[in-house]
Design a protein around this ligand. Structure first.
Ligand code: URA
Length: 196
């Protein structure tokens, strides 16, 4: 089995697709081997690209709160993304997030599979459509499978929404409702991890 540190070092020099050209750095997963819960997002954003760690920007702060509300200690989870480089379009000084293509996701997937093998979590939780489709196929719809315990690579998988999707909801009540849904899904993942 390849060690996590070795994978991280190799991923730092990844040129499997063109995203490395404009991104600052590879953003590999963070957490301890043996973590029971593995959280998988789409790709690093602006802050993550600069800091080199997943979910440290606004979406990460929302995720931190949701994890706390679900009774999950983030330090006990492994947090990563299916795509390890920030894909963006420059408009003036701003860097605007772009959804990765299927080809870019596929090119990056071996790193995730290596992480999965090294961590061996009890449950995988995908955050948002890109991560869920990467693992469960292009026709997968998160909204159709909320609250279900699915399966990926012989492991239980809980698919939930992306924290950024919550942040984008302008209406306060609707945003609170979406956040509650995210917390409910995370509670389910925690329960599965505890029960296994
Ligand atoms: N969105 C993601 O999907 N991952 C991050 O690390 C940050 C924002």
């Amino acid at each position: 089995m390849v060690k996590l540190d070795e994978l991280r070092t190799r991923a730092a020099g990844c040129t499997n697709c063109d995203l490395y050209r404009d991104a600052t750095q590879t953003v590999f997963g963070v957490g301890r081997p043996g973590a029971r819960l593995m959280l998988v997002g789409e790709q690093p954003g602006h802050d993550e690209d600069l800091e080199g760690e997943p979910f440290v920007g606004p979406a990460g702060r929302l995720l931190d709160g949701a994890l706390r509300d679900a009774g999950i200690d983030r330090a006990e989870a492994y947090v990563t993304n299916v795509v390890k480089h920030f894909k963006f379009k420059r408009t003036g000084k701003r860097r605007i997030h772009q959804t990765p293509t299927t080809r870019e996701v596929k090119a990056c997937l071996p790193w995730f599979l290596g992480e999965l093998e090294a961590i061996r979590p009890e449950v995988v939780t995908t955050l948002g459509g890109t991560a869920a489709k990467a693992l469960l196929g292009p026709s997968f719809r998160v909204t159709h499978h909320r609250g279900e315990v699915l399966e990926y690579a012989g492991l239980p998988l809980v698919a939930t929404i992306h924290p950024s999707a919550v942040l984008r909801i302008p209406d306060r009540a609707a945003r609170a409702e979406a956040l509650e849904g995210l917390v409910t899904d995370l509670r389910l993942a925690a329960k599965v991890a505890a029960d296994v």
